[in-house]
Design a protein around this ligand. Structure first.
Ligand code: F6P
Length: 546
Protein backbone atom coordinates (compact mmCIF):
# COMPACT_ATOMS: atom_id res chain seq x y z
CA UNK A 1 0.00 0.00 0.00
CA UNK A 2 1.35 3.47 -0.87
CA UNK A 3 1.84 6.19 1.70
CA UNK A 4 -0.98 8.67 2.11
CA UNK A 5 -0.77 12.10 0.50
CA UNK A 6 -1.56 14.68 3.10
CA UNK A 7 -0.40 18.27 2.88
CA UNK A 8 0.63 18.99 6.48
CA UNK A 9 -0.20 22.68 6.10
CA UNK A 10 -3.82 21.77 5.28
CA UNK A 11 -4.35 19.99 8.60
CA UNK A 12 -6.27 21.55 11.47
CA UNK A 13 -3.24 21.02 13.71
CA UNK A 14 -0.96 23.06 11.42
CA UNK A 15 -3.36 25.99 11.43
CA UNK A 16 -3.62 25.83 15.21
CA UNK A 17 0.16 25.56 15.48
CA UNK A 18 0.54 28.75 13.42
CA UNK A 19 -1.75 30.58 15.77
CA UNK A 20 -0.12 29.05 18.81
CA UNK A 21 3.30 30.04 17.48
CA UNK A 22 2.12 33.65 17.21
CA UNK A 23 0.99 33.53 20.82
CA UNK A 24 4.08 31.89 22.31
CA UNK A 25 7.04 32.96 20.19
CA UNK A 26 7.86 35.90 22.44
CA UNK A 27 8.15 33.79 25.60
CA UNK A 28 11.66 33.16 26.89
CA UNK A 29 12.60 29.64 27.92
CA UNK A 30 13.28 30.94 31.41
CA UNK A 31 9.67 32.08 31.65
CA UNK A 32 8.44 28.61 30.72
CA UNK A 33 10.55 27.19 33.54
CA UNK A 34 9.47 29.85 36.01
CA UNK A 35 5.83 29.11 35.26
CA UNK A 36 5.99 25.31 35.16
CA UNK A 37 8.48 24.67 37.95
CA UNK A 38 9.75 21.15 38.37
CA UNK A 39 6.68 19.73 36.65
CA UNK A 40 8.15 20.91 33.38
CA UNK A 41 11.04 18.47 33.64
CA UNK A 42 8.70 15.61 34.59
CA UNK A 43 6.40 16.38 31.69
CA UNK A 44 9.16 16.80 29.15
CA UNK A 45 11.48 13.93 30.03
CA UNK A 46 11.36 10.47 28.50
CA UNK A 47 13.04 7.44 30.00
CA UNK A 48 13.62 4.33 27.97
CA UNK A 49 16.06 1.51 28.72
CA UNK A 50 19.30 3.31 29.60
CA UNK A 51 18.33 6.49 27.72
CA UNK A 52 17.04 9.68 29.28
CA UNK A 53 15.76 12.39 26.95
CA UNK A 54 15.21 15.76 28.56
CA UNK A 55 13.44 18.02 26.07
CA UNK A 56 12.25 20.54 28.63
CA UNK A 57 14.71 23.18 27.36
CA UNK A 58 12.59 23.75 24.26
CA UNK A 59 10.31 26.65 23.46
CA UNK A 60 7.20 24.62 24.01
CA UNK A 61 4.24 24.34 26.32
CA UNK A 62 2.00 21.35 26.94
CA UNK A 63 -0.27 22.80 24.27
CA UNK A 64 2.57 22.94 21.71
CA UNK A 65 3.23 19.29 22.26
CA UNK A 66 -0.45 18.43 22.11
CA UNK A 67 -0.82 20.20 18.75
CA UNK A 68 2.35 18.64 17.34
CA UNK A 69 1.06 15.21 18.36
CA UNK A 70 -2.25 16.05 16.71
CA UNK A 71 -0.30 16.88 13.54
CA UNK A 72 1.34 13.44 13.66
CA UNK A 73 -2.11 11.84 13.96
CA UNK A 74 -3.61 13.93 11.19
CA UNK A 75 -0.92 13.06 8.64
CA UNK A 76 -1.48 9.35 9.31
CA UNK A 77 1.83 8.64 11.02
CA UNK A 78 0.52 5.47 12.68
CA UNK A 79 -0.56 4.04 9.33
CA UNK A 80 2.81 5.01 7.79
CA UNK A 81 4.74 3.27 10.59
CA UNK A 82 2.78 0.08 9.96
CA UNK A 83 3.60 0.26 6.25
CA UNK A 84 7.28 0.96 6.95
CA UNK A 85 7.76 -2.05 9.25
CA UNK A 86 5.68 -4.44 7.26
CA UNK A 87 7.60 -3.92 4.01
CA UNK A 88 5.13 -1.99 1.86
CA UNK A 89 6.74 -0.31 -1.14
CA UNK A 90 7.01 3.08 0.55
CA UNK A 91 10.05 4.07 -1.51
CA UNK A 92 7.52 4.71 -4.23
CA UNK A 93 9.73 6.51 -6.77
CA UNK A 94 12.00 3.47 -6.89
CA UNK A 95 9.25 0.91 -6.27
CA UNK A 96 10.99 -0.56 -3.22
CA UNK A 97 10.30 -1.43 0.38
CA UNK A 98 12.33 0.31 3.10
CA UNK A 99 13.38 -2.47 5.41
CA UNK A 100 16.62 -1.71 7.20
CA UNK A 101 14.59 -2.70 10.28
CA UNK A 102 14.42 -6.29 8.91
CA UNK A 103 18.22 -6.49 9.14
CA UNK A 104 18.00 -6.35 12.93
CA UNK A 105 14.72 -8.23 13.35
CA UNK A 106 14.51 -11.39 15.48
CA UNK A 107 15.07 -14.73 13.81
CA UNK A 108 11.49 -15.85 14.31
CA UNK A 109 10.02 -12.64 12.84
CA UNK A 110 8.43 -12.75 9.43
CA UNK A 111 8.64 -9.79 7.05
CA UNK A 112 7.29 -10.26 3.57
CA UNK A 113 8.70 -8.57 0.49
CA UNK A 114 6.63 -9.41 -2.56
CA UNK A 115 5.17 -12.35 -0.66
CA UNK A 116 8.51 -13.80 0.48
CA UNK A 117 9.73 -13.79 4.08
CA UNK A 118 13.16 -12.08 3.99
CA UNK A 119 14.26 -12.97 7.52
CA UNK A 120 15.77 -16.41 6.67
CA UNK A 121 17.94 -14.73 4.02
CA UNK A 122 19.00 -12.00 6.46
CA UNK A 123 20.06 -14.65 8.98
CA UNK A 124 21.87 -16.65 6.31
CA UNK A 125 24.02 -13.62 5.49
CA UNK A 126 24.53 -12.89 9.20
CA UNK A 127 25.88 -16.41 9.59
CA UNK A 128 28.16 -15.84 6.59
CA UNK A 129 29.43 -12.63 8.23
CA UNK A 130 30.03 -14.50 11.49
CA UNK A 131 31.96 -17.37 9.94
CA UNK A 132 34.07 -15.06 7.77
CA UNK A 133 34.89 -12.51 10.47
CA UNK A 134 35.63 -15.18 13.10
CA UNK A 135 38.12 -16.81 10.71
CA UNK A 136 39.87 -13.52 9.90
CA UNK A 137 40.02 -12.32 13.51
CA UNK A 138 41.25 -15.66 14.89
CA UNK A 139 43.88 -15.90 12.17
CA UNK A 140 42.44 -19.14 10.75
CA UNK A 141 42.07 -17.42 7.40
CA UNK A 142 45.46 -16.19 6.26
CA UNK A 143 46.96 -14.06 3.53
CA UNK A 144 48.84 -15.34 0.48
CA UNK A 145 52.12 -15.80 2.34
CA UNK A 146 50.49 -17.65 5.22
CA UNK A 147 50.46 -14.74 7.64
CA UNK A 148 47.34 -13.74 9.61
CA UNK A 149 45.58 -10.54 8.59
CA UNK A 150 46.52 -7.36 10.42
CA UNK A 151 44.63 -4.69 8.44
CA UNK A 152 41.25 -4.21 6.79
CA UNK A 153 40.64 -1.58 4.12
CA UNK A 154 36.99 -0.72 3.44
CA UNK A 155 36.54 0.63 -0.09
CA UNK A 156 33.16 2.35 -0.49
CA UNK A 157 31.52 5.78 -0.44
CA UNK A 158 28.37 7.39 1.00
CA UNK A 159 26.37 4.78 2.87
CA UNK A 160 28.97 2.18 1.98
CA UNK A 161 31.58 4.14 3.92
CA UNK A 162 30.06 6.55 6.41
CA UNK A 163 28.20 4.00 8.55
CA UNK A 164 31.08 1.53 8.85
CA UNK A 165 33.60 4.36 9.39
CA UNK A 166 31.46 6.08 12.02
CA UNK A 167 30.63 2.90 13.96
CA UNK A 168 34.17 1.53 13.83
CA UNK A 169 35.42 4.76 15.36
CA UNK A 170 32.53 4.96 17.83
CA UNK A 171 33.21 1.43 19.10
CA UNK A 172 36.97 1.67 19.05
CA UNK A 173 37.04 0.68 22.72
CA UNK A 174 35.67 -2.75 21.70
CA UNK A 175 38.14 -3.26 18.86
CA UNK A 176 40.36 -6.27 18.38
CA UNK A 177 43.87 -6.32 16.91
CA UNK A 178 42.77 -5.61 13.32
CA UNK A 179 43.50 -2.10 12.10
CA UNK A 180 40.74 -0.63 9.93
CA UNK A 181 41.14 1.92 7.15
CA UNK A 182 38.58 3.60 4.93
CA UNK A 183 39.09 4.67 1.33
CA UNK A 184 36.15 6.59 -0.08
CA UNK A 185 37.12 9.66 -2.08
CA UNK A 186 38.22 9.18 -5.67
CA UNK A 187 41.30 11.10 -4.65
CA UNK A 188 44.32 9.08 -5.69
CA UNK A 189 46.47 10.82 -3.10
CA UNK A 190 44.25 9.50 -0.33
CA UNK A 191 44.40 5.97 -1.76
CA UNK A 192 48.22 6.16 -1.87
CA UNK A 193 48.39 7.41 1.70
CA UNK A 194 46.34 4.42 2.90
CA UNK A 195 48.36 1.96 0.83
CA UNK A 196 51.52 3.34 2.42
CA UNK A 197 50.22 2.17 5.78
CA UNK A 198 49.43 -1.44 4.84
CA UNK A 199 51.25 -4.60 3.88
CA UNK A 200 49.75 -6.51 0.92
CA UNK A 201 50.58 -9.82 2.60
CA UNK A 202 48.39 -9.12 5.63
CA UNK A 203 45.65 -6.81 4.37
CA UNK A 204 42.06 -7.68 3.58
CA UNK A 205 40.22 -5.37 1.16
CA UNK A 206 36.46 -5.11 1.45
CA UNK A 207 34.81 -3.51 -1.58
CA UNK A 208 31.39 -2.22 -0.61
CA UNK A 209 28.97 -0.88 -3.16
CA UNK A 210 25.26 -1.52 -3.20
CA UNK A 211 25.13 -0.96 -6.96
CA UNK A 212 28.73 -1.86 -7.83
CA UNK A 213 28.60 0.93 -10.40
CA UNK A 214 29.82 3.84 -8.27
CA UNK A 215 32.73 5.52 -10.02
CA UNK A 216 34.69 6.35 -6.88
CA UNK A 217 34.51 2.85 -5.42
CA UNK A 218 35.25 1.02 -8.65
CA UNK A 219 38.21 3.30 -9.47
CA UNK A 220 39.64 2.92 -5.98
CA UNK A 221 39.11 -0.84 -6.04
CA UNK A 222 40.85 -1.13 -9.44
CA UNK A 223 43.80 0.99 -8.30
CA UNK A 224 44.15 -1.08 -5.15
CA UNK A 225 43.86 -4.33 -7.10
CA UNK A 226 46.67 -3.19 -9.44
CA UNK A 227 48.84 -2.29 -6.46
CA UNK A 228 48.09 -5.66 -4.86
CA UNK A 229 49.01 -7.50 -8.06
CA UNK A 230 52.43 -5.85 -8.00
CA UNK A 231 53.05 -7.95 -4.89
CA UNK A 232 50.89 -11.02 -5.46
CA UNK A 233 49.29 -13.10 -8.19
CA UNK A 234 45.79 -13.09 -9.66
CA UNK A 235 44.75 -16.16 -7.64
CA UNK A 236 45.67 -14.38 -4.38
CA UNK A 237 42.83 -11.93 -4.98
CA UNK A 238 40.48 -14.67 -3.75
CA UNK A 239 42.21 -14.58 -0.35
CA UNK A 240 42.52 -10.82 0.02
CA UNK A 241 39.36 -9.30 -1.46
CA UNK A 242 35.77 -9.49 -0.27
CA UNK A 243 32.79 -7.61 -1.65
CA UNK A 244 29.33 -6.53 -0.56
CA UNK A 245 26.70 -5.66 -3.14
CA UNK A 246 23.29 -6.33 -4.65
CA UNK A 247 25.07 -6.61 -8.01
CA UNK A 248 26.79 -9.97 -7.58
CA UNK A 249 27.40 -10.40 -11.34
CA UNK A 250 29.67 -7.34 -11.43
CA UNK A 251 31.62 -8.67 -8.43
CA UNK A 252 32.57 -11.92 -10.11
CA UNK A 253 33.92 -9.94 -13.11
CA UNK A 254 36.21 -8.19 -10.64
CA UNK A 255 37.64 -11.58 -9.67
CA UNK A 256 36.42 -11.92 -6.10
CA UNK A 257 35.88 -15.50 -4.88
CA UNK A 258 32.23 -16.50 -4.52
CA UNK A 259 32.59 -17.35 -0.83
CA UNK A 260 33.81 -13.78 -0.17
CA UNK A 261 30.78 -12.19 -1.81
CA UNK A 262 28.19 -10.88 0.62
CA UNK A 263 24.78 -10.10 -0.82
CA UNK A 264 22.51 -7.23 0.17
CA UNK A 265 19.06 -6.27 -1.02
CA UNK A 266 17.46 -3.41 -2.87
CA UNK A 267 15.06 -2.90 0.05
CA UNK A 268 17.99 -1.56 2.09
CA UNK A 269 18.89 2.05 1.34
CA UNK A 270 22.63 2.78 1.15
CA UNK A 271 22.47 5.29 4.02
CA UNK A 272 20.69 2.76 6.25
CA UNK A 273 22.81 -0.23 5.34
CA UNK A 274 25.41 -0.54 8.09
CA UNK A 275 23.26 -3.27 9.66
CA UNK A 276 23.72 -5.50 6.62
CA UNK A 277 26.93 -7.00 5.25
CA UNK A 278 27.88 -3.38 4.48
CA UNK A 279 28.88 -3.49 8.15
CA UNK A 280 31.44 -6.23 7.45
CA UNK A 281 34.31 -3.92 8.43
CA UNK A 282 32.49 -3.22 11.69
CA UNK A 283 32.11 -6.94 12.42
CA UNK A 284 35.78 -7.44 11.54
CA UNK A 285 36.86 -4.62 13.83
CA UNK A 286 34.77 -5.46 16.90
CA UNK A 287 33.85 -9.10 16.36
CA UNK A 288 30.51 -10.58 15.39
CA UNK A 289 29.16 -10.67 18.96
CA UNK A 290 29.52 -6.92 19.31
CA UNK A 291 28.16 -6.37 15.81
CA UNK A 292 25.11 -8.41 16.79
CA UNK A 293 24.71 -6.33 19.97
CA UNK A 294 24.65 -3.21 17.78
CA UNK A 295 21.79 -4.78 15.82
CA UNK A 296 20.05 -5.79 19.04
CA UNK A 297 20.13 -2.18 20.27
CA UNK A 298 18.65 -0.99 16.99
CA UNK A 299 15.94 -3.64 17.22
CA UNK A 300 15.06 -2.47 20.72
CA UNK A 301 14.62 1.07 19.44
CA UNK A 302 12.54 -0.29 16.54
CA UNK A 303 10.18 -1.96 19.02
CA UNK A 304 9.94 1.24 21.03
CA UNK A 305 9.20 3.31 17.93
CA UNK A 306 6.68 0.81 16.65
CA UNK A 307 4.74 0.36 19.86
CA UNK A 308 5.13 3.37 22.18
CA UNK A 309 2.35 5.93 22.26
CA UNK A 310 3.39 9.04 20.36
CA UNK A 311 3.66 11.16 23.53
CA UNK A 312 6.23 8.68 24.89
CA UNK A 313 7.89 7.89 21.60
CA UNK A 314 11.43 9.27 21.44
CA UNK A 315 11.87 9.44 17.63
CA UNK A 316 8.38 10.94 17.26
CA UNK A 317 8.98 13.62 19.90
CA UNK A 318 12.40 14.58 18.53
CA UNK A 319 11.01 14.74 15.00
CA UNK A 320 8.09 16.93 16.08
CA UNK A 321 10.37 19.33 17.95
CA UNK A 322 12.54 19.62 14.88
CA UNK A 323 9.47 20.42 12.78
CA UNK A 324 8.40 23.03 15.30
CA UNK A 325 11.66 24.93 14.79
CA UNK A 326 12.04 24.24 11.07
CA UNK A 327 8.53 25.13 10.02
CA UNK A 328 7.40 27.67 12.56
CA UNK A 329 10.57 29.34 13.86
CA UNK A 330 12.24 29.12 10.40
CA UNK A 331 15.35 27.56 11.90
CA UNK A 332 17.34 26.13 9.01
CA UNK A 333 19.98 24.06 10.72
CA UNK A 334 20.33 21.69 13.63
CA UNK A 335 23.52 20.88 15.46
CA UNK A 336 24.32 17.48 16.94
CA UNK A 337 26.99 17.58 19.60
CA UNK A 338 28.14 14.33 21.16
CA UNK A 339 30.23 14.69 24.30
CA UNK A 340 32.55 11.84 23.45
CA UNK A 341 35.39 11.79 20.98
CA UNK A 342 34.29 8.31 19.94
CA UNK A 343 31.34 9.88 18.14
CA UNK A 344 33.49 12.26 16.13
CA UNK A 345 31.99 10.98 12.84
CA UNK A 346 28.42 10.89 14.11
CA UNK A 347 27.20 14.15 12.58
CA UNK A 348 28.96 13.45 9.29
CA UNK A 349 27.16 10.12 9.22
CA UNK A 350 23.82 11.74 10.03
CA UNK A 351 24.38 14.40 7.39
CA UNK A 352 23.94 11.73 4.75
CA UNK A 353 21.09 10.01 6.59
CA UNK A 354 19.14 13.18 7.18
CA UNK A 355 20.00 15.39 4.23
CA UNK A 356 20.02 12.74 1.50
CA UNK A 357 16.66 11.51 2.83
CA UNK A 358 14.77 14.69 3.54
CA UNK A 359 16.50 17.17 1.24
CA UNK A 360 13.48 17.12 -1.08
CA UNK A 361 11.18 19.81 -2.45
CA UNK A 362 8.58 17.77 -4.31
CA UNK A 363 5.76 16.31 -2.26
CA UNK A 364 4.08 12.94 -2.56
CA UNK A 365 1.50 14.44 -4.90
CA UNK A 366 4.27 15.46 -7.30
CA UNK A 367 4.03 19.19 -6.60
CA UNK A 368 6.49 21.59 -5.05
CA UNK A 369 6.18 21.84 -1.28
CA UNK A 370 5.01 25.23 -0.08
CA UNK A 371 6.92 24.76 3.17
CA UNK A 372 10.45 23.98 4.30
CA UNK A 373 11.61 20.38 4.52
CA UNK A 374 14.99 18.82 5.39
CA UNK A 375 17.11 20.57 7.96
CA UNK A 376 20.82 21.17 7.53
CA UNK A 377 22.76 18.99 9.95
CA UNK A 378 26.15 19.75 11.38
CA UNK A 379 28.21 19.23 14.49
CA UNK A 380 31.40 18.08 16.11
CA UNK A 381 32.10 16.60 19.52
CA UNK A 382 32.09 18.71 22.64
CA UNK A 383 34.14 20.18 24.15
CA UNK A 384 36.13 20.85 20.95
CA UNK A 385 33.12 22.44 19.29
CA UNK A 386 32.73 24.86 22.21
CA UNK A 387 36.08 26.31 21.22
CA UNK A 388 35.18 26.39 17.54
CA UNK A 389 31.61 27.36 16.62
CA UNK A 390 29.63 27.63 19.85
CA UNK A 391 30.08 31.40 19.80
CA UNK A 392 27.60 31.53 16.93
CA UNK A 393 25.09 29.31 18.70
CA UNK A 394 25.28 31.48 21.81
CA UNK A 395 25.38 34.98 20.36
CA UNK A 396 24.86 34.75 16.60
CA UNK A 397 21.72 35.82 14.77
CA UNK A 398 20.55 32.32 13.87
CA UNK A 399 18.43 29.95 15.89
CA UNK A 400 20.15 26.58 16.05
CA UNK A 401 18.31 23.87 17.96
CA UNK A 402 20.95 21.49 19.27
CA UNK A 403 21.01 17.90 20.43
CA UNK A 404 23.49 17.21 23.22
CA UNK A 405 24.43 13.55 23.53
CA UNK A 406 26.33 12.47 26.62
CA UNK A 407 27.12 9.35 28.63
CA UNK A 408 26.94 8.84 32.38
CA UNK A 409 30.03 6.64 32.41
CA UNK A 410 33.28 6.90 30.51
CA UNK A 411 34.71 3.69 29.13
CA UNK A 412 38.07 3.77 30.88
CA UNK A 413 36.53 5.07 34.09
CA UNK A 414 38.66 8.20 34.35
CA UNK A 415 36.28 10.17 36.55
CA UNK A 416 38.38 13.31 36.70
CA UNK A 417 38.21 13.75 32.92
CA UNK A 418 34.68 12.51 32.64
CA UNK A 419 33.38 14.91 35.26
CA UNK A 420 35.05 17.80 33.49
CA UNK A 421 33.63 16.68 30.15
CA UNK A 422 30.13 16.29 31.54
CA UNK A 423 30.32 19.54 33.51
CA UNK A 424 30.74 21.23 30.13
CA UNK A 425 27.90 19.16 28.70
CA UNK A 426 25.45 20.35 31.35
CA UNK A 427 26.86 23.88 31.50
CA UNK A 428 26.32 24.47 27.81
CA UNK A 429 22.63 23.59 27.77
CA UNK A 430 22.12 25.71 30.88
CA UNK A 431 24.00 28.65 29.39
CA UNK A 432 22.20 28.34 26.09
CA UNK A 433 18.88 28.44 27.88
CA UNK A 434 19.50 31.10 30.51
CA UNK A 435 22.04 33.32 28.82
CA UNK A 436 23.29 36.24 30.87
CA UNK A 437 21.21 39.35 31.49
CA UNK A 438 22.43 42.93 31.35
CA UNK A 439 22.01 43.15 35.11
CA UNK A 440 24.20 40.09 35.64
CA UNK A 441 26.81 41.45 33.26
CA UNK A 442 26.91 44.79 35.08
CA UNK A 443 27.30 43.13 38.47
CA UNK A 444 30.11 40.98 37.14
CA UNK A 445 31.95 43.92 35.59
CA UNK A 446 31.46 46.05 38.70
CA UNK A 447 32.98 43.32 40.85
CA UNK A 448 36.07 43.50 38.62
CA UNK A 449 36.38 47.21 39.40
CA UNK A 450 35.93 48.44 35.82
CA UNK A 451 35.40 52.13 35.20
CA UNK A 452 31.83 53.01 34.25
CA UNK A 453 32.94 54.21 30.78
CA UNK A 454 34.65 50.88 30.02
CA UNK A 455 31.71 49.06 31.48
CA UNK A 456 29.18 50.85 29.26
CA UNK A 457 31.22 49.96 26.21
CA UNK A 458 31.46 46.29 27.13
CA UNK A 459 27.97 45.53 28.40
CA UNK A 460 26.20 44.95 25.03
CA UNK A 461 28.84 42.45 23.94
CA UNK A 462 28.74 40.48 27.15
CA UNK A 463 24.98 40.00 27.28
CA UNK A 464 23.79 36.52 26.26
CA UNK A 465 20.18 36.45 25.19
CA UNK A 466 19.83 32.74 26.02
CA UNK A 467 16.54 31.16 24.95
CA UNK A 468 18.40 28.66 22.75
CA UNK A 469 16.63 25.30 22.56
CA UNK A 470 18.41 22.04 23.28
CA UNK A 471 17.60 18.37 23.74
CA UNK A 472 19.68 16.42 26.20
CA UNK A 473 20.18 12.75 25.41
CA UNK A 474 21.85 11.12 28.37
CA UNK A 475 22.81 7.47 28.01
CA UNK A 476 24.35 5.15 30.54
CA UNK A 477 27.45 4.27 28.53
CA UNK A 478 28.62 3.90 24.96
CA UNK A 479 28.17 0.22 24.15
CA UNK A 480 27.42 -1.54 20.86
CA UNK A 481 23.83 -1.88 22.05
CA UNK A 482 23.30 1.74 23.06
CA UNK A 483 24.96 2.95 19.87
CA UNK A 484 22.64 0.74 17.81
CA UNK A 485 19.64 2.24 19.58
CA UNK A 486 20.95 5.79 19.15
CA UNK A 487 21.46 5.39 15.39
CA UNK A 488 18.03 3.78 15.00
CA UNK A 489 16.52 6.68 16.95
CA UNK A 490 17.76 9.14 14.32
CA UNK A 491 16.73 6.82 11.47
CA UNK A 492 13.17 6.85 12.75
CA UNK A 493 13.26 10.59 13.32
CA UNK A 494 14.10 10.91 9.60
CA UNK A 495 11.12 8.71 8.76
CA UNK A 496 8.67 10.70 10.90
CA UNK A 497 9.77 14.00 9.41
CA UNK A 498 9.51 12.67 5.86
CA UNK A 499 5.97 11.47 6.57
CA UNK A 500 4.91 14.80 8.03
CA UNK A 501 6.52 16.79 5.20
CA UNK A 502 4.72 14.52 2.72
CA UNK A 503 7.91 13.74 0.80
CA UNK A 504 9.66 10.57 -0.29
CA UNK A 505 12.62 10.10 2.06
CA UNK A 506 14.15 7.00 0.53
CA UNK A 507 15.25 8.01 -2.96
CA UNK A 508 18.17 10.33 -3.81
CA UNK A 509 17.68 11.54 -7.37
CA UNK A 510 19.38 14.79 -6.47
CA UNK A 511 22.83 13.22 -6.50
CA UNK A 512 22.43 11.86 -10.03
CA UNK A 513 22.90 15.04 -12.08
CA UNK A 514 26.37 15.76 -10.73
CA UNK A 515 27.38 12.14 -11.37
CA UNK A 516 26.18 12.34 -15.02
CA UNK A 517 27.97 15.63 -15.64
CA UNK A 518 31.17 14.31 -14.07
CA UNK A 519 31.07 11.50 -16.65
CA UNK A 520 30.76 13.99 -19.52
CA UNK A 521 33.47 16.24 -18.11
CA UNK A 522 35.83 13.31 -17.60
CA UNK A 523 35.58 12.68 -21.35
CA UNK A 524 36.25 16.39 -21.99
CA UNK A 525 39.36 16.17 -19.82
CA UNK A 526 40.67 12.98 -21.39
CA UNK A 527 39.77 13.80 -25.03
CA UNK A 528 41.42 16.50 -27.07
CA UNK A 529 38.19 18.49 -27.52
CA UNK A 530 35.97 20.00 -24.89
CA UNK A 531 32.21 19.71 -25.53
CA UNK A 532 29.47 22.23 -24.96
CA UNK A 533 29.48 24.00 -21.59
CA UNK A 534 28.56 27.32 -20.08
CA UNK A 535 31.27 29.98 -20.40
CA UNK A 536 32.51 29.61 -16.85
CA UNK A 537 32.84 25.80 -16.90
CA UNK A 538 34.43 25.95 -20.36
CA UNK A 539 37.04 28.45 -19.20
CA UNK A 540 37.83 26.44 -16.08
CA UNK A 541 38.30 23.28 -18.16
CA UNK A 542 40.59 25.10 -20.58
CA UNK A 543 42.74 26.36 -17.71
CA UNK A 544 42.83 22.90 -16.12
CA UNK A 545 43.90 21.27 -19.38
CA UNK A 546 46.50 23.89 -20.35
O1 F6P B 1 25.40 9.45 -2.97
C1 F6P B 1 24.50 8.66 -3.65
C2 F6P B 1 24.61 7.23 -3.27
O2 F6P B 1 23.77 6.50 -4.11
C3 F6P B 1 24.27 6.95 -1.80
O3 F6P B 1 22.92 6.89 -1.55
C4 F6P B 1 25.00 5.69 -1.56
O4 F6P B 1 25.13 5.44 -0.19
C5 F6P B 1 26.30 5.99 -2.26
O5 F6P B 1 25.92 6.72 -3.41
C6 F6P B 1 27.13 4.79 -2.63
O6 F6P B 1 26.45 3.93 -3.49
P1 F6P B 1 26.91 2.44 -3.69
O7 F6P B 1 26.85 1.74 -2.39
O8 F6P B 1 25.94 1.87 -4.69
O9 F6P B 1 28.32 2.45 -4.24
Amino acid sequence: MPLQNIDPTATAAWKKLEQHFGETKGIHLKEFFAKDGKDRVDSFTLKWEDFLIDFSKNRITGETLRLLLQLAEEVGLKDAIDKYFRGDLINQTEGRAVLHTALRAKEDDSILVEGKNVIPEVYKVKEQIKVFTDAIISGDKKGFTGKPFTDVVNIGIGGSDLGPAMVTEALRFYKNQLRTHFVSNVDGDHVREILKEVNPETTLFVVVSKTFTTQETLSNAMTIKKWFLQHATQKDIALHFAAVSTNTAAISEFGIADENVFPMWDWVGGRFSLWSAVGLSIALAIGFKNFDALLEGANSMDQHFKTAEFEENIPVILALLSIWYNNFYDAETEAIIPYTQYLSRFSAYLQQGIMESNGKSVDRKGGRTSYQTGTIIWGEPGTNSQHAFFQLIHQGTKLIPTDFIGFKKSLYGDTDHHHKLMANFFAQTEALMNGKTEKEVRLELESKGLSSATMEKLVPYKVFEGNKPTNTILIDSLTPKSLGALIALYEHKIFVQGIIWNIFSYDQWGVELGKQLAGTILNDINDSDIGDHDASTLHLLQVFKS
